[in-house]
Design a binder for this molecule. Structure first.
Ligand SMILES: NC(=O)c1ccc[n+]([C@@H]2O[C@H](COP(=O)([O-])OP(=O)(O)OC[C@H]3O[C@@H](n4cnc5c(N)ncnc54)[C@H](O)[C@@H]3O)[C@@H](O)[C@H]2O)c1
Ligand SMILES: O=CCC[C@H](NC(=O)CCC(=O)O)C(=O)O
Length: 494
């Protein structure tokens, strides 16, 4: 790995590390303001060279047997295990995420390998069906050259969730990570090289939006697997309009509701709310953004305890010996954005029960915020990607569910309630790809499909279902030799 001050060879193209020919960009540790990494982005010519190399590499990689490809993928898992501490420290350094949580991200990356192998076999395996005089097969083939776009909040785990199943299926991958987390991306790709992945099967194309656009628009890619914001996902969707032959998987944000109704265990409810709203400083796509609390003595008690417990949340340095619950947001700018969002909600009539504060204007640390918006003017349907929870008090359960559904998004939703009948009712009406009962709405399992509806996704769920968008089905009817059928169709004589 290179030192922070030098300009890194940011691009891996056809197995060779190169300087980018595009604009200079840098990643800054949001917990101390120090430069972590800097390099030049890939320009359009480098993107083109990588796409061409990936096409050549694809023919070799996809021609290997599954067992041969899995050997490399399992070697990558071994590399991750052997280097898990380095990877976790890089994630913590570059994102500001607490070290304990960065370690869970690396564990999710490693866990993804076995899950993806199982999913590949179960969801895209080969099936032979009996047929008179022939054999009928269902098989799956890789798309070819695919681009993977990753977000900053899980710079290792979420791109990995596309890359691993794509490689298992036999695709070659062009990886465009978030420009805010280049060092984690660089290290991930180095581990793939160490694992023996042949040149060109994975390329790293780093850079800001110009690099992303050059890759997304390149006619030589067969598909694009994206995890990131709904705005960018929508732009990509527009760009792919009229190209039905290209596969586009969009995993986007949410404006996720958590509804609370009659819970006897107040502490447990408060725990699940905090875990839903404030983990990772609120920078998870599944985080609860809107909390619906019944107007009742039970609702009052839970809200009071929530404010008290949230006030005590430890926010601090990612590497502190006594670990914080969460570290810094991705940047001082993102932290300031949350303060601004809170001010706008206050101006619309929201009443802060716990004010979110940026601890130092030069850094990414913010304390959690809780704001009652029950009497506020209608708010824009936006994802505020940080630790700010909007509270809506309600009298009528159905009205609360209706308001919970009053969003274009549909990623995660949850109900905290002791009565199972309330959950059955909620489940029937709520619109989201992840619907939980008496559990936090963050922390989704990689062994289940993961994706949202509406503005949160395009029905190409990831995690366990990622195998589905990494390969396409091929039906074949096969016989060892041509033969005349026992009887010919009417009107036919041969
Ligand atoms: N549903 C999910 O699985 C999931 C998971 C994690 C994060 N997210 C969402 O991701 C967002 C946070 O991540 P982010 O801010 O890094 O997302 P982002 O949309 O800003 O960036 C994602 C990727 O797209 C690239 N990009 C940005 N603009 C582009 C353009 N015009 N053309 C081509 N590429 C472009 C970026 O460089 C990056 O690699 C949040 O909205 C969060 O909810 C969703
Ligand atoms: O920020 C978005 C991801 C949040 C995370 N979800 C997953 O890890 C899904 C599982 C997978 O992709 O393997 C969460 O729910 O906390």
């Amino acid at each position: 790995m290179s030192s922070a001050t030098q300009t890194n060879k940011a691009q891996l193209i056809n197995g060779e590390w190169q300087q980018g020919h595009g604009g200079l960009f840098a990643s800054i540790n949001p917990a101390n303001g120090e430069l972590v990494w800097q390099g030049h982005g890939a320009d359009a010519a480098q993107v083109d060279a990588a796409v061409k190399a990936a096409r050549v590499a694809f023919y070799h990689w996809s021609a290997l047997s599954l067992a041969e490809r899995l050997e490399v993928v399992e070697a990558f898992a071994a590399q991750l295990t052997a280097n898990s501490d380095t990877m976790a420290r890089l994630i913590a350094e570059e994102t500001g995420k607490a070290l304990w949580e960065s370690r869970t991200e690396v564990a999710a990356m490693t866990g993804k390998i076995a899950i993806s192998i199982k999913a590949h076999k179960e969801r895209t395996g080969t099936v032979e069906n009996p047929m008179a005089g022939a054999r009928a097969f269902i098989r799956h083939k890789p798309h070819g050259v695919v681009a993977v776009f990753g977000p900053y909040n899980f710079p290792g785990h979420l791109p990995n969730g596309h890359i691993v199943p794509a490689l298992i299926a036999g695709n070659s991958v062009l990886f465009k990570p978030s420009e805010l987390t280049p060092k984690v991306a660089e290290y991930t790709v180095q581990l793939w090289q160490e694992a023996g992945l042949p040149a060109g099967v994975i390329s790293l194309l780093q850079g800001e939006v110009a690099t992303g656009k050059a890759l997304a628009c390149h006619p030589g890619i067969d598909g694009l697997f994206f995890t990131g914001s709904s705005n960018t996902g929508h732009l990509l969707h527009q760009q792919y309009a009229g190209q039905p032959g290209k596969i586009l998987a969009l995993e986007m944000g949410g404006n996720n509701p958590l509804v609370l109704k009659d819970v006897a265990d107040i502490d447990a409810a408060v725990h699940d709310i905090i875990q839903s709203a404030f983990i990772s400083s609120g920078q998870r796509c599944t985080c609860a953004r809107r909390l619906f609390i019944q107007n009742s003595a039970n609702g009052d008690a839970i809200l009071a305890k929530l404010v008290e417990a949230s006030q005590k949340i430890k926010v601090g340095q990612p590497f502190a010996e006594e670990q914080p619950f969460y570290g810094a947001m991705i940047s001082a700018k993102a932290a300031a954005g949350m303060v601004k969002a809170q001010a706008e909600i206050q101006a619309a009539g929201g009443v802060s029960l716990l004010e979110l504060r940026q601890i130092d204007p030069a850094l990414g640390f913010v304390t959690p915020g809780i704001i009652d918006v029950t009497r506020a003017a209608p708010l824009p349907d936006e994802e505020h990607f940080g630790p700010l929870l909007k509270v809506y008090r309600f009298d009528d359960f159905d009205a609360a569910i209706e308001e919970a559904n009053n969003t274009a998004f549909g990623l995660s939703a949850g109900l905290l309630a002791d009565d199972e009948a309330d959950y059955r009712h909620f489940f029937g009406r709520i619109r989201a790809g992840i619907v939980n009962w008496n559990k936090p709405i963050t922390g989704a399992s990689s062994a289940a499909p993961f994706g949202g509806i509406g503005a949160s996704g395009n029905h190409r769920a990831s995690a366990y279902y990622a195998a589905d968008y990494c390969a396409y089905p091929v039906s074949s009817v096969e016989a060892d030799s041509v033969s005349l059928p026992a009887s010919l169709s009417p009107g036919l004589s041969i």
